[in-house]
Write a protein that binds this ligand. Structure first.
Ligand SMILES: NC(=O)c1ccc[n+]([C@@H]2O[C@H](COP(=O)([O-])OP(=O)(O)OC[C@H]3O[C@@H](n4cnc5c(N)ncnc54)[C@H](OP(=O)(O)O)[C@@H]3O)[C@@H](O)[C@H]2O)c1
Length: 283
């Protein structure tokens, strides 16, 4: 493969032990990125790194619980120690234990807030000082279609994914002086282990059915990440929303739409000049 803007970049990925994180590690590793992978399941990370290295990629892993800032710091420090820099931080770890509010699943709410919001903040806190020192870097935060729209049963998850978008947009504005790029990626249904985090049996069963009917392959996400990273350094891809072509926005809305419209995928790419260049003011 020809030299591109991925080859040689050092990429840290949280939640790399399965699903979107794993697919992204495989794709970026195959395109010459140096990887530092974190998650809690050490057996999965270790097997993945063995696989990647066997295929000629460069990768390390550290046990990482993103709710603990010290774990995320250790993961980023391992990348700095081994590779000397960090070019991309992908805050991907997340959980989605759906349930309606009146079931009062406080432990699930807390877990979503801790992993989906606090985990992203821990990733930013660990990577930002290095990127500021380097005067370059790229922070990619994973939101969701639920970061754009709320529906019954997904309220707290949607709140956390809206928060990820708000944090990312604030970050985008604040990191301009250091030439740092920021990207929000909001997937629709993608075939991963995510429905396994649902603790309510009826919601878990419903979700498994929906995923079986609609979900697309995790490569879809990995390609979106690769696209954002691979753009030239003066192009800041700020947001990507994608979903299966067959996925309606939500059933209630789709019922009011012509079927042909409901089937259309919606893809938004927002481009902005990087910090410090003419025209990099607010748009
Ligand atoms: N799949 C979809 O349809 C979809 C749609 C929109 C958004 N997303 C988002 O995509 C991201 C990745 O999810 P996925 O779909 O790939 O699901 P997944 O296969 O369940 O992967 C989730 C990853 O997060 C990690 N994780 C969970 N809690 C963690 C913690 N406390 N500390 C560190 N890592 C933790 C898991 O690793 P360990 O359990 O080993 O720690 C796993 O690697 C999530 O943010 C999710 O909200 C997914």
């Amino acid at each position: 493969m020809a030299q591109d803007n991925i080859t040689g970049k050092i990429v840290v990925i949280t939640g790399a032990s399965s699903g979107l994180g794993e697919a992204t590690a495989r794709l970026l590793g195959g395109r010459g990125a140096g990887l530092a992978l974190g998650a809690r399941r050490q057996d999965r990370l270790s097997a993945l790194v063995t696989d990647l290295v066997g295929a000629g990629a460069t990768a390390l892993w550290r046990p990482t619980d993103v709710t603990r800032s010290s774990d995320v710091e250790r993961l980023v420090d391992a990348a700095i120690e081994r590779y000397g820099r960090i070019d991309v931080m992908i805050n991907n770890a997340g959980v989605m234990p759906h349930s309606p509010l009146d079931r009062c699943r406080l432990a699930d709410w807390e877990r979503m807030i801790d992993v989906n919001i606090k985990g992203v903040l821990c990733g930013i806190a660990a990577a930002l000082p290095h990127m500021q020192r380097q005067k370059s870097g790229h922070i990619i935060n994973v939101s969701s279609v639920s970061g754009h729209k709320v529906r019954p049963g997904a309220t707290v998850y949607a709140a956390t994914k809206h928060a990820v978008r708000v944090i990312s947009e604030g970050l985008r504005q604040e990191v301009k002086p250091w030439n740092i790029r920021t990207t929000i990626i909001s997937p629709g249904f993608v075939d991963t282990e995510l429905p396994g985090s649902i603790t309510e049996p009826d919601f878990a069963a419903e979700s498994r059915k929906t995923y079986a009917a609609l979900a697309i392959a995790p490569d879809s996400f990995a390609r979106a990440v690769a696209y954002a990273i691979n753009e030239p350094d003066d192009v800041d891809v700020n947001e990507i929303l994608f979903r299966p072509t067959r996925q309606e926005f939500w059933k209630s809305r789709a019922a009011r739409c012509p079927a042909s419209l409901a089937r259309l995928p919606l893809v938004i790419h927002l481009f902005r000049p990087p910090p410090g260049l003419p025209g990099s003011g607010e748009h």
